[in-house]
Each structure stands twice: as structure tokens, then as C-alpha cells.
Write a protein that binds this ligand. Structure first.
Ligand SMILES: Nc1ncnc2c1ncn2[C@@H]1O[C@H](COP(=O)(O)OP(=O)(O)O)[C@@H](O)[C@H]1O
Ligand SMILES: [Mg+2]
Length: 347
């Protein structure tokens, strides 16, 4: 009787994946990690396990459901496609390279999508240049109240450059970062949480920062991908320089799913990943409208609801997802208040 991964191994994998991806080491682990898999034992075999073994088996299953898989949604497909096109076009581009902006509300899958783009690009590059010291992809998140200095420090941190001295000026840090990235042949730079940056040119801070970003984009032979919350509305890319950055970038919007075919597909895919002993296949798909109402069509809320319910079903021994069980699971505040407004007829 073989369980694919021991609880220890699975816990180890999860631990690896939980490393921040904003350092080169953490990023590489993320790229290396395959999606979690779990082989369900026949129920009779599971019941025959000694207590300690069964506990281990269930713990491994809980860890598996805590993670769940990344579904390749149409947004992810679009971002992978655009990103690939741009990196190919930009390779030959000497002047204005084009970028990509991913914009939408919180928890709509922006980070997940741009990381998948980064991972795909890195795996492809590794395949083409198997024995190089390349750093094909850099992933940084813009720090809150981000200044040029703080942003430069994020890049330096990703690369593991020596700690920045308080008096080191921004230009020096930036030069050092650009040098390393050029030497490492970085060709995809992802800046997430870009809404943290004030690029609004009404302020001199905003002006500095957009100059700084522009300097990066002009001095690095890389494709820049930005992701953030409703960035086009936040005034991030307004003003002369903001527009210069945005003017050369394709925009992909993320948002809630409509109650349509793709939503049903998403629910079906998630249902497929469940590893529960008494789950009736098709139950979740039949509840797709209910799930849409509960989550307001937000992928983050759906993922949370399904994973939390699955873990709950293992813990209480019911081993199946039912509407009754789903009713008892709380989803995040934004989705719940939308449901309340909807059911009270306010929207
Ligand atoms: N393609 C996907 N497949 C499965 N789950 C997803 C997917 N995209 C997002 N999620 C879920 O939604 C949550 C929020 O996604 P995230 O990418 O962090 O959103 P954002 O960056 O827009 O705030 C994630 O923790 C994950 O659980
Ligand atoms: Mg995010």
C-alpha cells in the first residue's frame, strides 16, 4: 500500500512553497515545485490503516487541500500568451520595449497569473540554456509608500546583493541592480502590488518614482510586467511619464467571473481536485449558482470556500462537500457583504 508522499515530505514541500518568492532562492523553489498531487486510497484500505498511519494519511490530505491547484483560467491563458509575445518581440527591440499591466480588484488572481507567467518563462529559458547562471525572471512586490529607494532595495534584496548602507544613494543601488540583471540576462521583470507606488505626477515624489521606473525599463533589456489593484483608476499611469510607461504597455483586466460557462468549468475543475472518500462527483457543479452567489464570482473566495470545506469534511469525517457544509464555512468579508447586499435586494 503506497501513499504518494509521506506527511513529512508533503509538509516539506508546502514549507518550500511558502518561502517568499521575492528572493531569488524562494522564487527558484516556487519555479521548481510541481503542483501538489495526492492518490486517494481505496476507502477500505484507508479504514484498515492503523490509527497512527490513518492520522498521517489524513494530515497529508489536509495539507494537499490547503494548497489546491492553480486553474488555468482564460485570464491566465491571456497573460501567458501576451507575456510570451512581448518577451519574444522585446528580445530584438533596442528602443522602446513594450510591457504588460495586469489590473483588477483584490483577490482576482493577478498575483497568481503573473507568477505563472514568470514560472513558465523561467522553465522555458532553463530548457533552452540548461547550464547557465541566468536569472531569467525577477519578481518583486512594490513596498507600501514605495519610494525609488525602497523599490531599488526590493530588487537588491531579490538578488541577494550586500545589505544597502544607509548612505548609499539610489542611483548607486539602481546601477548595481541593473548591472547584475544585465549580466544574468534577465528578460522578464515582474513588479507586483504596483498600487503601492505613488506615480502620480502631481507630487514630486511621484515624479521621482516614475523617472526611476522609466530608467529601469530603459536600461534593462527586459520585458516589464506590472500587477496591481485597479491601477488605471488609481492615477498610477497618468501624467506625462506615467502615460509613457502605460502607452507602451498592454492592459489585461482581472475581475469577478460572470455566472457563465467559464465559472462552471472552474467549479468542475476544483471539484475534480478533491480527494475525499465519500464525495459524490458532480455535487459542486450542481451548486455552481449557489457558489457564485456565495463568492460574488471571485476566484479567491471560491478557492477558499472549497478548500476550507474540504478540510472541514476530513476533520469531521463526513468526507464529502454538501450545501449544508458549505453554508457553515465563512468566506472573506468583501464577498460576504456583497452576498448580504444581494440577498437583501440592495444590489
Ligand atoms: N487560477 C487560479 N486557480 C486557483 N485558484 C486561484 C487562481 N487565481 C487565484 N486563485 C485563488 O485566489 C486567491 C487570490 O489570488 P491572487 O492571485 O493573490 O489575487 P490578487 O493578486 O488579484 O489579489 C489565491 O490565494 C488563490 O487561492
Ligand atoms: Mg496580488
Amino acid at each position: 500500500m503506497v501513499v504518494t508522499a509521506t506527511p513529512g515530505q508533503l509538509a516539506g514541500q508546502l514549507e518550500d512553497r511558502r518561502q517568499p518568492t521575492t528572493t531569488l532562492e524562494g522564487w527558484r523553489r516556487f519555479v521548481d515545485a510541481d503542483q501538489a498531487t495526492f492518490d486517494l486510497l481505496p476507502t477500505a484500505d484507508r479504514d484498515a490503516l492503523a490509527d497512527a498511519d490513518r492520522t498521517g494519511y489524513d494530515e497529508a490530505r489536509i495539507a494537499y487541500h490547503a494548497e489546491l491547484i492553480v486553474v488555468t483560467t482564460s485570464t491566465i491563458r491571456q497573460i501567458l500568451h501576451q507575456g510570451r509575445l512581448l518577451t519574444l518581440l522585446n528580445q530584438r527591440e533596442i528602443g522602446a520595449r513594450r510591457g504588460l499591466i495586469v489590473s483588477g480588484p483584490a483577490a482576482t488572481g493577478k498575483t497568481t497569473a503573473v507568477k505563472q507567467l514568470g514560472r513558465t518563462h523561467e522553465l522555458r529559458t532553463r530548457q533552452r540554456y540548461p547550464d547557465g547562471d541566468r536569472i531569467p525572471v525577477v519578481y518583486v512586490t512594490a513596498p507600501p509608500k514605495g519610494s525609488p529607494r525602497k523599490l531599488a532595495v526590493e530588487f537588491a534584496r531579490f538578488l541577494g546583493l550586500p545589505p544597502i548602507r544607509p548612505r548609499q544613494n539610489v542611483a548607486d543601488i539602481t546601477d548595481a541592480v541593473c548591472q547584475v540583471l544585465t549580466d544574468a540576462r534577465t528578460d522578464l521583470v515582474i513588479v507586483d502590488e504596483i498600487h503601492n507606488l505613488n506615480l502620480n505626477l502631481a507630487t514630486s515624489a511621484g515624479e521621482d518614482l516614475s523617472d526611476h521606473l522609466k530608467y529601469f525599463t530603459e536600461h534593462l533589456p527586459a520585458t516589464f510586467v506590472y500587477a496591481g489593484i485597479d491601477v488605471e483608476r488609481a492615477g498610477l499611469f497618468t501624467g506625462t511619464r506615467g502615460r509613457q510607461i502605460a502607452g507602451r504597455a498592454a492592459l489585461v483586466r482581472t475581475g469577478a467571473f460572470a455566472y457563465q460557462q467559464e465559472w462552471k468549468g472552474l467549479v468542475a475543475t476544483m471539484e475534480h481536485t478533491l480527494r475525499l472518500h465519500h464525495h459524490q462527483p458532480g455535487t459542486l457543479v450542481k451548486l455552481d449558482r449557489y457558489l457564485h452567489q456565495r463568492t460574488s464570482g471571485m476566484i479567491g473566495s471560491l478557492s477558499h470556500l472549497v478548500r476550507a470545506a474540504a478540510i472541514s469534511a476530513i476533520l469531521d469525517g463526513s468526507e464529502q462537500l454538501t450545501k449544508h457544509l458549505l453554508d457553515a464555512i465563512r468566506v472573506d468579508h468583501a464577498a460576504e457583504s456583497a452576498t448580504r447586499r444581494a440577498s437583501s435586494g440592495a444590489i
